[in-house]
Ligand binder design. Structure first.
Ligand code: ADP
Ligand code: GLC
Length: 481
């Protein structure tokens, strides 16, 4: 077994705000049969502490970024974890990044520097029972780990940094640098310095031995000025170590044949059984019952996700007799927009602003099509869940969405390979046309079923991508695994 330390700020099933949690939670299990023993370091949020079993302290600090702390080794949610038990940083309920006012915790720089610092410690062998050959850090919250490893005094693990979303960069004022416990030389353009401040993701991208992102198309997009969000030059300079590895689905958690969240379980040969789930969605969302197409959204409500574009299509969608169920939370203006639409179109548009994991499964199991009109999308997971559940994905042709859905154009339909619908450019008229195109296809039951079945049969598992990560770890570790 090659020992690898994962480092993530959220992990399913313990704490989740988005796809990062799903990935961090699924990877260890997918890697195990490939000879990779992954343990994941996560912050000791209350939800994580409460679930942790068999906790043993393996490191203690009298002073770690402003308070005493311990690292506990244990198990939770079926995962092997190191938990950074630092109450002054993480003993706060709710969202892992935001305070009760909905704003970033002002000390996020300290909270996630501490997480990365401890990853660096474990990576240099501070916990003898688990000396990783590779440290695999996710997103800006863990991105300083490669920096700490680069300056570790002992022979340290090699590092991989995965970009799940370049929009979140972890940029802070330069004044924090002296508190980061990095050597002075790290505060330069070749290190963590970014326009006079400190950039966590920027530093990680400089120092990581390898960089991955979550789809091949996104890997291309972020190397161009249009998609690089300021980092395209840096990423081009590291192209030789940048890999696009598409995410997969934890098929144990997501599968309609055994999903306890569904009103009615089903398989590809019993699609009729989806009807009971559709009825359950109609009830939960206060929608009129009916056989007509039911669209759904399960999403963070942000600009990235193109929700304002969908807002422009709502009146037209209802005018054509279609229905829509939206599950999501996020920006107040977008929540307000959907509330107003649901009031305007009672029975036709239903909106719930919760983060509701069971309901997200029911939606995939009963809605006819899932809308993903993202302006950019590093990978996206909801389109995969749609494929797996026969909830046909209607997606913007960007990033991972472009890589994972085969558009139902005439050629793909006659070859029988289509799995969903794509649209481009990402604007309201083009989304509107895609919605209407989906409704037309839905009115041809044989074609629609072909789309559903093809999607359900496509391989969305982690198998291929986990093998790519395992190869990468082996390459980096050389003889050490
Ligand atoms: P992102 O990570 O950018 O938010 P992804 O598509 O990769 O996008 O992952 C989103 C994950 O969060 C999926 O597992 C999706 O089902 C889930 N999700 C998003 N919003 C909600 C919600 N309101 N309730 C339940 N699950 C949600
Ligand atoms: C990010 C991206 C999303 C991706 C997820 C997991 O949140 O926005 O596209 O699927 O990370 O990699």
């Amino acid at each position: 077994m090659i020992p690898v330390l994962g480092v993530a700020s959220e992990i399913y099933p313990l704490i989740k705000t988005g796809g990062l949690a799903d990935v961090a939670g699924a990877l260890p299990g997918a890697l195990k049969p490939l000879g990779v023993g992954m343990r994941t370091l996560v912050p000791g949020y209350p939800a994580v502490r409460a679930a942790l079993q068999g906790a043993e302290p393996v490191l203690t600090y009298d002073e770690l970024f402003g308070g005493s702390a311990r690292v506990l080794a244990g198990k939770a949610g079926g995962l092997d974890l190191f938990v950074l038990d630092a109450p002054h940083l993480f003993d706060r309920p709710g969202n892992p990044y935001l305070g009760p006012d909905g704003k970033d915790w002002p000390d996020n720089w300290r909270r996630f520097a501490a997480l990365s610092f401890v990853a660096g410690e474990i990576g240099r062998g501070a916990v003898p029972v688990f000396a990783p050959a590779v440290v695999h850090a996710h997103d800006w919250q863990a991105a300083l780990a490669p920096a700490y490893l680069r300056f570790a005094w002992a022979q340290a693990a090699r590092s991989v940094l995965t970009i799940h979303n370049l929009a979140f960069q972890g940029n802070f004022p330069g004044a924090i640098f002296p508190e980061l416990r990095l050597p002075r030389e790290a505060n330069s353009i070749e290190g963590v310095e970014y326009y006079g401040g400190v950039g966590y993701l920027k530093g990680g991208l400089k120092y990581a031995d390898a960089i991955t992102t979550v789809s091949p198309t996104y890997a291309e997009e972020i190397c161009s000025p249009g998609g690089g969000m300021g980092f395209d030059g840096l990423l081009r300079s590291r192209r030789d170590v940048l890999h696009g590895i598409v995410n997969g689905v934890d098929i144990e958690v997501w599968g309609p044949a055994a999903d306890a969240n569904l009103a009615s379980k089903y398989t590809v040969t019993r699609l009729k059984a989806r009807a009971a789930n559709k009825r359950a969605i109609e009830q939960r969302f206060g929608l009129d019952a009916g056989e007509g197409i039911l669209f759904a959204v399960v999403s963070r409500l942000t600009w990235q996700k193109g929700m304002d574009l969908l807002g422009e299509c709502l009146d037209g969608l209802v005018a054509e007799g279609m229905r829509l169920a939206i599950l999501g939370s996020g920006e107040a203006a977008l929540e307000g927009m959907f509330h107003a639409a649901a009031n305007r179109h009672r029975g036709r548009i239903g909106f719930q602003t919760a983060f509701d994991e069971p309901l997200s499964h029911l939606i995939q199991g009963g809605a006819d099509a899932i809308l993903v009109p993202s302006r950019f999308e590093p990978c996206g997971l909801t389109q995969f869940y749609g494929l797996r559940y026969g909830c046909v994905p209607v997606v913007a042709r960007v990033g991972g969405l472009a890589d994972t859905i085969i558009d139902a154009n005439d050629a793909a339909l006659s070859a029988g390979v289509a799995t969903g619908l794509q649209f481009f450019p990402v604007d309201a008229p083009s989304l509107d046309r895609a919605i209407k195109r989906a409704a037309d296809l839905y009115r041809q039951p044989a074609t629609w079923q072909m789309l559903q079945k093809r999607g359900m049969k496509s391989d969305v598992s982690w198998d291929k991508s986990a093998a790519r990560y395992a190869d990468l770890y082996r390459q980096l570790a050389g003889g050490r695994g």
